[in-house]
Design a protein around this ligand. Structure first.
Ligand SMILES: [Zn+2]
Length: 298
């Protein structure tokens, strides 16, 4: 492990950006996790991949940056603690800017590679089935599919903002993917394992590892095929399904109850057949908040 960037902090120990490098030569891959401090499913997945790479040295170079926002992780926060800035909105960064801008600049410099992956979790109030978010076509789509994670979500590339890491990588001409799985502030070891196997699948597809791949893709969908089911009213959401479950059109997804007394206020039903890819974890909800996302199947 090496420290690729160091920055003094006013009181606690210095901020350090850590990188683990395996192998040498081309192709090169950089995998980043923990841009958001409390998203630790990805940190664990990257550490699992490091264990695989110690056993099976890669043909090529793999850089792992398992935890960018160390100070945020310390405090179970998404953003950088001191000024509450999102590192994932600070790219391309500035070597003489604010702390977050300096970290963004250093991260972009030290994640140079042919293929780059940014690993996230859902927010603390939702759980995400491991998924790769890719453009509608091209090599990045093929790389994403090679991971064999449960959901491949094809999204228009023009949605990506260059102030985010993946947008900044693409602007620099690198092939870049977003992987998301699990829930903020929570460790889902099965999701970490799926993501680690998916990352190994990507490396296998590139010829860097001999084998790898997640448990298989359940849904390969465009944005129009992802149905967002939101709360009609505020209340206490009790799910009747679990993440990754296949549901039929019209199937009961959950109830909204009165938080005190438990009377049923409403029910939520799947609009179409599909896979539960996002599920509300924190039960108190306000009207219009996301409860369930279904990756729709034909
Ligand atoms: Zn995130």
């Amino acid at each position: 492990m090496s420290v690729v960037f160091r920055m003094d902090a006013p009181y606690r120990g210095a901020y350090e950006l850590h990188r683990l490098t395996f192998g040498s030569g081309s192709p090169t891959v950089s995998i980043v996790a923990g841009l958001h401090g409390y998203e630790l499913t990805g940190l664990h997945a990257v550490n699992m991949l490091a264990t695989m790479l110690r056993v099976q040295p890669p043909r090529g170079t793999v850089h792992l940056l398992p935890l960018v926002n160390t100070f945020g992780a310390d405090e179970a926060r998404k953003r950088w603690p001191f000024d509450d800035q999102d590192i994932n909105r600070a790219f391309p960064g500035d070597p003489s800017g604010t702390a977050v801008q300096r970290i963004a600049h250093a991260l972009l410099e030290h994640s140079t590679a042919d293929v780059c992956v940014d690993v996230h979790s859902g927010a603390p109030h939702v759980r995400e089935l491991p998924q790769v978010r890719v453009p509608l076509g091209g090599e990045e789509l093929e790389l994403g599919r090679a991971m064999k994670v449960p959901v491949v979500w094809r999204r228009p590339g023009d949605r990506l903002d260059a102030t985010g890491l993946v947008g900044a990588w693409r602007l620099a001409g690198r092939r870049a993917l977003v992987v998301e799985g699990g829930r903020g502030s929570t460790l889902d070891t099965s999701h970490s394992e799926t993501i680690a196997r998916g990352l190994a699948g990507l490396l296998a597809h590139m010829g860097v590892l001999p084998a790898g791949g997640g448990p298989g893709t359940l849904a390969d969908v465009t944005h129009a095929q992802v149905a967002q089911h939101r709360a009609d009213m505020g209340g206490f959401f009790v799910p009747e399904v679990r993440i990754g479950q296949q549901v039929a059109g019209g199937q009961l997804l959950g109830h909204v109850q009165a938080p005190v007394g438990g009377e049923r206020l409403g029910e939520l039903r799947a609009r179409r057949k599909g896979i539960v890819m996002t599920l509300r974890a924190y039960p108190l909800v306000h009207a219009q908040e996301l409860l369930v996302r279904i990756a729709e199947l034909p």
